[in-house]
Design a protein around this ligand. Sequence first.
Ligand code: ADP
Ligand code: TRP
Length: 331
Amino acid sequence: MKHRVLTGIKPTGKIHLGNYVGAVKPALKLAESEEYQASYFIADYHGMTKVQDAEEMRNLSRGIAAAWLALGLDPEKVTFYRQSDVPEIFELTWILSCVTPKGLLNRAHAYKAMTDGNQQAGQDIDHGVNMGIYTYPVLMASDILLFQADKVPVGKDQLQHIEIARDIAGYFNKQYGETFKLPEHFIQEQSAIVPGLDGRKMSKSYNNTIPLFEEPAKLKKLINRIKTDSSLPTEPKDPDQSVIFALYREFASPEEVNMMKERFMEGISWGEAKAELFQAINGTMAGPREKYLELIESPEKMDAILARGARKARETTSPFLAEIKKKVGIL
Ligand code: ADP
Ligand code: TRP
């Protein structure tokens, strides 16, 4: 039997180069492998812990769906759905909440970071914390356990959430008998951390991103804003210290990367290097960008794909939830 791989993507911002290189590209590669059956979903209810404007939520969710489809996700192969379209996830969330010790959630990083910050600021420790943030890990456990996922590809920051999902599975199994598989995380150790405009990790939180589907003129402008050192145009430059080179290698062929390395060592001007980087990204993304814009313009097409994905998902989640309900004495 194929291994099940599952991951959720929060619609809290526009997809940027970092998301693409660190998460989307490897996940699509995994989905192509014959070894895995992939389920990828838009974690919109998780996103709601941050995004609380209806129009923004709708646009961001559609943007994420369009991005994955434009980048090559095949909805015939991958079960691709919106979390909110699979109600069994939420029923299971409550059931799991009832076997989850509160102390486990008190220790979850995101919540703890907020309470620690409040404490330092001399405020009530729960200031600004909504219950969605607090119970976030239980919803995530439900996402994973309901699909009996073997492997969960995530960034390092999500490791603790996978551990919590395993703990919750253990508590349930102990109380009601073997039911849930213990999921494993799947971390792309070798995948690069893509630097942003200011040289720090590219992240929505730092406001230093280059959105993946930026139109060419804007893309060029953003690339021109990447920070460089003050070395002169003809001076040799160390490719390994350059954000421009780090980005270039993600979008150019191995031969092009080698050639660029030489040009750096011979002394390429930053202007020229930025122009080459623009060509590489723009060239790779021209096709997907066109598809993305097309999809954004026809949300009904995307909604139909996602609805089909949810139906496919529910063919297994619905009977499995019935089994779980029997175990707890609700059915
Ligand atoms: P952000 O930091 O912009 O809020 P998310 O936390 O939503 O991004 O990350 C979504 C996925 O993209 C995660 O799997 C994360 O590991 C990956 N990712 C985000 N930023 C980068 C980056 N700069 N380089 C590599 N991967 C990244
Ligand atoms: N919490 C994840 C993030 O912030 C998104 C997510 C929600 C997820 N449910 C999931 C990831 C289930 C993997 C499996 O990136």
